[in-house]
Design a protein around this ligand. Structure first.
Ligand SMILES: C[S@@+](CC[C@H](N)C(=O)[O-])C[C@H]1O[C@@H](n2cnc3c(N)ncnc32)[C@H](O)[C@@H]1O
Length: 223
């Protein structure tokens, strides 16, 4: 099994391999982007991988959104995976705060015919989201883990009734179960607060799907 697949997800290696053997293959472009991310980035584990990418692509194919928002682009794997599942009329806005990532992201977007659907914004999602004119059908929250409630509140205002938000890493390797989280563990505390916040929110229906590192799927109700 390639080391590149040992990245996230199910821990049993045989089951991991079985899942990959029964999932459509990664496109050559996404495979190369994944490898380049591992070669060139300091924190490559931030990227989505083949299974998460395929999950995001399938969600797009299932709900056929016309307007998609991604918070946290990193190297662009998730954006390109979602774009592959979008119709030609659809648009995906993806926001990355780290301007040093821009040349890397743009280089890979240029390689893909799907990038015509993608608008890259460099800057803080919390500043950019309120300025976006679109109403979104699907939002993928995957930025800084201690800011999830702020992203959620900002994005919810821009999501249509019946639209979806999906938040990654909401189980945080199971750390959300722990009770005595040190105050300075901002990511675990932020994710716990986020999960409780969504659970108590009457504006939405939610499912914390125990796949990968926890995918919180949220449907916006009539508000
Ligand atoms: C987990 S990575 C995103 C992975 C990507 N969504 C994917 O599917 O491959 C998180 C990214 O969010 C970015 N980020 C953190 N805070 C942000 C903010 N306030 N606005 C936009 N991007 C942010 C980080 O710089 C990092 O590149």
């Amino acid at each position: 099994m390639s080391n590149f697949f040992k990245h996230k997800g199910i821990t049993h290696p045989l089951l991991d391999q079985y899942v990959l053997n029964h999932t459509s293959q990664e496109s050559p472009l996404l495979s190369q982007l994944f490898r380049d991310t591992y070669v060139r980035m300091h924190h490559p584990r931030r990227t989505s991988d083949h299974l998460i990418g395929k999950f995001l692509e399938m969600i797009c194919r299932m709900i056929n959104p016309l307007k998609v928002l991604e918070i946290g682009t990193f190297t662009g794997y998730g954006a390109l995976a979602m774009a592959a599942g979008l119709s030609e009329k659809a648009e995906l806005h993806t926001i990355e705060i780290n301007d040093e990532m821009q040349p890397f992201i743009e280089k890979w977007f240029k390689e893909s015919p799907d990038s015509i659907k993608i608008h890259l914004h460099i800057g803080d999602a919390l500043r950019i989201i309120p300025e976006l004119q679109d109403t979104f059908d699907l939002v993928f929250i995957d930025g800084e883990k201690n800011q999830y409630i702020d992203y959620y509140e900002a994005a919810l205002k821009k999501t249509r009734t019946g639209g979806f938000l999906i938040a990654d890493n909401t189980l945080w390797s199971g750390k959300v179960l722990e009770n005595d989280i040190p105050e300075n563990d901002h990511f675990t505390n932020g994710l716990k607060r986020f999960n409780d916040h969504v659970q108590a929110d009457p504006r939405v229906d939610n499912l914390l799907l125990p796949v990968f590192d926890g995918m919180m799927i949220i449907r916006v109700n009539d508000r």
